[in-house]
Design a protein around this ligand. Structure first.
Ligand SMILES: Cc1ncc(COP(=O)(O)O)c(C=O)c1O
Length: 398
């Protein structure tokens, strides 16, 4: 089989003139030799992350323990502010943790699950880690109601709304489903949760950085997410947003000394929580991960999610059009407003096809029960999309 040449670097081509976001390509070394369609899983490393990591080691080497009071201690909040400006949170309302699983554990530990209000309503396309945490609450008296997806692509909004009642303590929604890229109407769900006195937590991992989100306008109580994917921050930096007026009402059982009002007094016994967002911290923060993660957040802030989303909608549509032309099965919503930045294509032997694409320097991934996930981001050229679909078709046909 003859292999068509990979698309050339856009450089000063008509495509790069028409699409100014392509000028960001030089910031990502891997794009020099790889068609990178996998930022729903691990975004490419920004060149400046190397400098940032060096800044971390230089600071550690030269400032030693003084680094804590010179910025490290407050870094979960100062770094969180960079996320805050992407998701519409006020300053000081986002704290960094290691990952979403920890953030979700902190959120669920704020509630008493043994009373009458013991129901946790979750969407059936939520990330499995969240489910594992929720079902673990059953031993504390929680009743978990997971709203099934009839087609594996969407969870019907009215089914979610109908399940939220006065026994509901917490509603958990994955804004964009990792399996299908379908996008749920957070505004409607948030409104319904608050009507019955329930709280809402949204997992923004698959939306923040690719779909505009405004946690304040949506009146979310909590939001969680991480840096690995669309935010291009690398592993080890998850984030938690908590609505500003909730501090005094919430006392997370999953806690640690950094959440104490006077952490450096080292007082034994029950915790006296910090009055502000620090109360949602736990132990020693993951400093190197935050150094590297900031690079990605800065880039996303600089470009702006509106511009990223406009391009993403156009390119995901291009993917769907090309897939339709080839008779491939699309397992993502077709309406641009109803999907995130990934398109899932179901082909026979999807795992093997994914591996072969990888051998051809085209990085995508495969999820069982879903298909091949393909994600352009702001640095993707249209010719890379055409190339990806062409290679995928060749592999499937032969
Ligand atoms: C929607 C969503 N939530 C959570 C996670 C992972 O969470 P954690 O940060 O705990 O690894 C992922 C992806 O891996 C995801 O797609």
């Amino acid at each position: 089989m003859t292999m068509p040449a990979a698309p050339s670097e856009p450089g000063n081509t008509p495509e790069s003139i028409a699409d100014p976001l392509l000028s960001w390509r030089k910031e990502f070394p891997i794009l020099e030799h790889t068609t990178y369609m996998i930022s729903h899983s691990l975004g490419p490393m920004p060149r400046r992350a190397q400098t940032a990591i060096k800044e971390f080691t230089d600071t550690w080497a030269t400032r030693g323990i003084r680094a804590w009071e010179e910025g490290w201690w407050e870094m979960p909040l100062t770094c969180g502010d960079l996320i805050g400006s992407i998701i519409g949170a006020p300053k000081g309302r986002v704290v960094m943790h290691q990952n979403v699983s920890i953030c979700q554990s902190i959120v669920t530990s704020c509630f008493n699950w043994s009373g009458n209000r013991n129901k946790l309503v979750s969407d059936g396309l939520n990330f499995p880690s969240n489910d594992y945490i929720y079902y673990g609450l059953e031993r504390l008296g929680a009743k978990i109601v997971s709203i099934a997806s009839p087609d594996g692509i969407t969870v019907p909004l009215d089914h979610i709304l109908d399940a939220i009642d006065r026994q509901t303590q917490l509603v958990s929604i994955s804004h964009v489903a990792f399996r299908s890229s379908s996008l749920l109407d957070l505004a409607a769900i948030s409104k319904r949760a608050h009507e019955v006195g329930a709280y809402i937590v949204a997992d923004l991992y698959q939306s923040a950085g690719i779909v505009p989100v405004d946690v304040t306008a949506l009146e979310l109580d909590f939001a969680t997410g991480g840096s690995v994917k669309w935010l291009l921050g690398g592993p080890g930096a998850g984030y938690l947003y908590v609505r500003p007026d909730l501090d005094s009402a919430l006392t997370p059982a999953a806690t640690g000394w950094a959440a104490h009002a006077q952490p450096f007094e080292f007082i034994n016994g029950p915790i006296q929580y910090a009055a502000d967002m620090h109360r949602f911290l736990n132990g020693t923060p993951n400093i190197p991960a935050m150094y590297s993660a900031r690079s990605g957040y800065e880039i996303v802030n600089q470009i702006g999610v509106e511009a990223i989303r406009a391009k993403s909608k156009r390119q995901t549509q291009l993917l769907i059009t090309l897939a339709d032309e080839s008779g491939l099965v699309v397992r993502s919503p077709r309406e641009p407003e109803s999907r995130g930045g990934t398109i899932i294509l179901d082909v026979p032997d999807g795992r093997a096809v994914t591996a072969e694409l990888g051998r051809r320097q085209i990085l995508v991934d495969f999820r069982p029960g879903a298909g091949i996930r393909i994600a352009p981001h702001f640095y993707t050229s249209d010719s890379e999309i055409v190339h990806t679909l062409h290679e995928l078709n060749c592999i499937v046909r032969h």
